[in-house]
Design a protein. Structure first.
Length: 139
């Protein structure tokens, strides 16, 4: 059985166990690595760039539910895409919420909950995840 639509080259390493909803909505760039126990709920597109690393237990969610309880009781579910750029490192136990974009060269600290977009070239940590500092690419 094929998990993802794209041809997966040998530079992509996904340690098991790995969990996803469908698999076919996930695209991986070259040199991608996912450590043990990662979860990707791919009800919508999940695009992951080249040279990106996921620590153990990282969770990427595209699925969400309405906040209004009467609407939620109707079992409405929606999904928003997640995009992760090139050269990104996401520390273990981090959670990436629906609709988030993490741009190129950024680092997400372990245990972070990413609720909003993260710009290029930064270190961001916490719950909710916030930019702590820029990364100097010249050193």
């Amino acid at each position: 059985m094929k998990l993802v639509k794209q041809p997966v080259d040998k530079t992509i390493i996904i340690e098991t166990p790995f969990y996803c909803d469908y698999g076919v909505n996930i695209t991986f760039g070259k040199n991608f690595y996912a450590n043990f126990n990662c979860v990707i709920l791919d009800c919508a597109r999940v695009q992951i760039g080249e040279n990106t690393l996921l620590g153990p237990g990282v969770q990427i969610y595209t699925a969400t539910h309405p906040v209004n309880p009467s609407t939620r009781r109707s079992h409405v579910e929606c999904a928003y895409p997640v995009t992760i750029g090139d050269n990104v490192w996401i520390g273990g136990g981090s959670i990436i919420l629906p609709g988030v974009t993490i741009r190129n060269n950024s680092v997400i600290g372990a245990g972070s909950v990413v609720t909003k977009d993260i710009p290029d070239d930064v270190v961001a940590v916490g719950n909710p995840c916030r930019v702590m500092r820029s990364i100097n690419l010249d050193t």
